[in-house]
Design a binder for this molecule. Structure first.
Ligand SMILES: [Zn+2]
Length: 94
């Protein structure tokens, strides 16, 4: 995770998104969403960390691949989102 930027207001996050990963070392949180001291906030960070790992694996293909999956499966059922939710659930011990 070297070089990861955690913070809010760093860059505009699309309406409705809690946070987005734009490259293998950047997580952008929507206003108020970076909240590591709550269960929901920690779960969101865990979810976004999985997207960081996906981006590290895929390099420049991360953004095109996740957008294509959104187009085919929709946000909720996109395999990369299912993967990130599963990771966050595991991290949170649910
Ligand atoms: Zn996600």
């Amino acid at each position: 995770m070297n070089g990861s930027i955690l913070g809010e207001g760093y860059r505009a996050v699309p309406d409705g998104s809690l946070a987005i990963v734009t490259s293998s070392d950047r997580i952008h949180f929507n206003t108020g969403q970076y909240d590591p001291h709550t269960v929901n906030g920690a779960e969101l960070i865990s979810h976004e960390f999985m997207h960081i790992m996906q981006a590290q694996d895929l390099g420049g293909l991360y953004i095109p691949k996740i957008l294509i999956q959104y187009g085919i499966y929709g946000y909720w059922d996109a395999p990369m989102e299912v993967n990130a939710r599963g990771f966050a659930t595991e991290v949170m011990g649910k």
